[in-house]
Design a protein around this ligand. Structure first.
Ligand SMILES: [Mg+2]
Length: 190
């Protein structure tokens, strides 16, 4: 399947807190784009948890941080404005328009940006189309996915199996390179 390389993230980690940000900073990454739902906040939450906000606030010291969500203005603005985060709502990922709006908002360049999200067919695929390096995280709470996302997840599981065959070292490479013990990362694949 020719589409598989477009769905390959740079890393696949348990949560956005497990990303080796220092390494990416050294590599020249200046801007972090985060998906909202199930990446930094679950669908059944209306605001980003204190724990996740504290973590994101730390990242703000080293990076520009922008939330890029397919959800509508009401939900995204409610989560982001009070917390002090720039955002793009109704981003229509994997189409390019939302990524372009995000790059403009952050005055960012493609090659110094990183996109972090929980869905292959929206976050990761769209980032690849834009040549933005991406990181796939496990969804915070899969049961809270909306109907369309749940349908996407079924296709996603099939694609992840194919990807695991094509890139069997994706997980191992991440673990070896960063020396982290992340449990259960590929258990969906067995
Ligand atoms: Mg998401």
């Amino acid at each position: 399947m020719a589409i598989i390389p477009y769905l390959k993230p740079q890393l696949y980690v348990q949560s956005f807190q497990d990303i080796p940000y220092d390494d990416f900073k050294k590599q020249g990454i200046k801007t972090l784009f985060f998906d909202l739902d199930n990446t930094v906040m679950s669908y059944d939450e209306k605001i980003i948890s204190t724990e996740n906000l504290l973590f994101l606030d730390q990242l703000k010291k080293d990076f520009k941080v922008v939330i890029v969500s397919n959800s509508g203005y009401k939900r995204v603005s409610h989560a982001c404005i009070k917390a002090g985060y720039d955002f793009i709502h109704s981003a229509k990922k994997p189409f390019k328009s939302g990524y372009k709006r995000a790059l403009k908002k952050a005055s960012a360049q493609v090659n110094t940006s990183l996109f972090i999200g929980d869905q292959l067919m929206t976050d990761i695929f769209g980032a690849a189309r834009m040549n933005i390096t991406s990181i796939l995280v496990k969804p915070l709470k899969q049961r809270s996915d909306h109907f369309f996302t749940r349908t996407n997840r079924k296709i996603e599981r099939m694609l992840l199996k194919k990807m695991n065959k094509k890139y069997p070292k994706l997980l191992n490479h991440s673990l070896i390179a960063y020396g982290r013990e992340i449990h259960g990362l590929f258990k969906d694949f067995k």
